[in-house]
Design a protein around this ligand. Sequence first.
Ligand code: COA
Length: 179
Amino acid sequence: MRFSSERLIFRQTGIKDYHAIKSVLGNEEVMRYTTLDCIKEDARMRKIFRAALAHRNGKLKWYLYMIFEKESMDFVGVGDIELEEFSGKPEIAEIGYLLLPQFWGKGYATEAAGMMLEISFQRFGVRKTNARCNAMNIQSEKIMRKCGMKKEGVIRCGRFKNGQWYDELCYGILREEWR
Ligand SMILES: CC(C)(COP(=O)(O)OP(=O)(O)OC[C@H]1O[C@@H](n2cnc3c(N)ncnc32)[C@H](O)[C@@H]1OP(=O)(O)O)[C@@H](O)C(=O)NCCC(=O)NCCS
């Protein structure tokens, strides 16, 4: 399935996308603040790739989208949506966005996050969408705000990354607040 925003194209991950995904999840700069650690081992990368193809991350449904620049068709990064179901129906989503450094500072992440919200609410029909970031990740927090998400709290020392504990910021938006 394909989706399109002003400057970007989104499609679900396919069997040929392994190396593109590895270029994102294996990039130290991209993974500096993410919950997931930078993936260096092939076995671990393959496990995550299989989960992406199966649309499942543990107990949760998980959709990983490849993002391309419309103009050049260059691979820009990935966006993802995790779905929490109640009585078999998706009710709460959590979105994420990871772009390759050469595409930062163009407003693409805000556009991609907007599309993850649109897919969550329109395609999956959830009642709420959340996003979280490391408190040091100022740019990511800005994106959540720009997308209309509200700050709901801080999980103090909620994240362990590279030998240090960091606060985690929680943002969310309800279906009726979106658009
Ligand atoms: C965090 C991350 C997604 C931010 O990406 P980004 O490209 O810098 O963010 P945006 O797409 O919103 O772009 C922001 C800047 O682009 C600029 N910009 C340039 N052209 C623009 C346009 N046409 N529209 C909007 N903004 C534009 C804006 O001025 C904006 O700067 P500002 O936020 O200071 O106002 C990116 O750095 C990244 O992928 N990091 C690694 C992974 C990560 O940490 N992900 C988040 C995990 S929670």
